[in-house]
Design a binder for this molecule. Structure first.
Ligand code: SAM
Length: 346
């Protein structure tokens, strides 16, 4: 079913606004080749980054418009000082039924308990490889052991199940799909394999590096036996599957089989721009409204109006291109850092 009853806004394709991804910082402590491959970045000015009070106020306004799921992301969200304080504010909002965090895990071991105590419900950790030397080469970091410790700490803190995100890239980690699945199974975590996307930041993207959902499922089936699709929430981005022993894993096929028709996600950049699509340029400057003294009603009205006009189908439009190359080259990202994945929130 598309659309929700009542006065909540739906866009031109009948999609409600139910999910909000909030980027709390554009900074990151990794330099993954598919997201932040450059040595130098133009950071958003500190004064432009929304305060916790501003984020929380906006979250309340979004919740009034139907948002019940919030995911904190970045950049690396755990680089934002005192994140549990923000979590604690957001978790007190009854309308926000699902509060989650996506992190690279490097700093998670020291934060997991405080986040849980503050009311965080779910954690997703990005884990592209089990091999420290690969992480060093691909993300320019020697902190692989810290990521594993972060996953263990999240488990111990009671985030069950922890989800693990792996972007599968041909020639880099496509030989680790089975190992990552086994690793997750041993830890009681749920792995999700993500097709490599041509988003801003992926300046070296090419279609031949994309390992499709079909290929991923074939690899898994060759090792573990027949893979069964599970009947799921049609609005969720990950399609979930079960192995013969009941182990569940997900695949996010945003490149070869995008889910635009059921995309109910808005995004809030760290500097307060409300974006309608991971690929899109259209946005609404909420920071200006918040700092300019607009009332909650005015802001809600502007968000609803913007959402109602939404037609975005970014991933489908990319899929339908005859000659698909990178979305943005480095010059275009430097001209507007909000085009970067780490600024708009992955
Ligand atoms: N720093 C946090 C992390 O690493 O999870 C949160 C931000 S990161 C941008 C969010 C997710 O986006 C990660 O799981 C990352 O792997 C994914 N991502 C980044 N670039 C991508 C790309 N080109 N294709 C697919 N996924 C990508």
């Amino acid at each position: 079913m598309i659309g929700v009853p009542g006065l909540l806004p739906t866009d031109r394709l009948g999609r409600p606004l139910r999910n909000l991804r909030i980027s709390v910082t554009d900074r990151c402590n990794l330099r993954c080749r598919y997201c932040m491959p450059e040595a130098e970045y133009v950071w958003l000015p500190r004064s432009s980054i929304l305060s916790f009070e501003e984020i929380d106020r906006l979250a309340g306004i979004f919740a009034g418009l139907g948002v019940s799921k919030i995911r904190l992301t970045g950049g690396e969200p755990l680089l934002r000082h005192d994140l549990p304080t923000l979590v604690s504010r957001l978790s007190q909002r009854a309308a926000v039924r699902d509060l989650a965090l996506t992190t690279n895990g490097v700093l998670l071991a020291r934060e997991a308990e405080a986040l849980r105590a503050a009311g965080l419900r779910r954690v997703t950790v990005s884990l592209d490889t089990l091999r420290p030397e690969r992480m060093q080469e691909f993300a320019r970091s020697r902190r692989h052991a810290d990521v594993i410790a972060g996953i263990d700490a999240a488990n111990a803190a009671g985030f069950a199940p922890v989800k693990l995100n792996t972007v599968v890239i041909r020639g880099y980690n496509d030989d680790e799909v089975v190992d990552l699945l086994e690793f997750a199974r041993e830890r009681g975590a749920e792995p999700r394999f993500i097709e490599y996307m041509d988003v801003g930041g992926a300046t070296d993207w090419s279609m031949d590096q994309v390992v499709s959902q079909r290929e991923i499922l074939d690899m898994v089936a060759r090792r573990f036996g027949p893979v069964e699709p599970r009947a799921e929430d049609a609005w969720a981005p990950a399609e979930r599957f079960a192995l013969p022993d009941g182990t569940v894993f997900g695949v996010i096929a945003s490149t070869t089989a995008p889910f635009c028709r059921t995309c109910d996600r808005g995004r809030l950049t760290a500097d307060g721009t409300f974006l309608l699509c991971l690929y899109g340029e259209d946005g609404l400057d909420l920071r200006q409204l918040v700092r300019g003294g607009a009332s909650d009603e005015e802001i809600a009205g502007r968000i609803a109006e913007t959402w109602t006009r939404r037609t975005a189908r970014g991933a489908e439009e990319r899929r339908d291109l005859a000659d698909r190359g990178v979305l943005h080259r480095i010059e275009s990202l430097r001209a507007d850092p909000r085009r970067e994945m780490h600024t708009r929130g992955g």
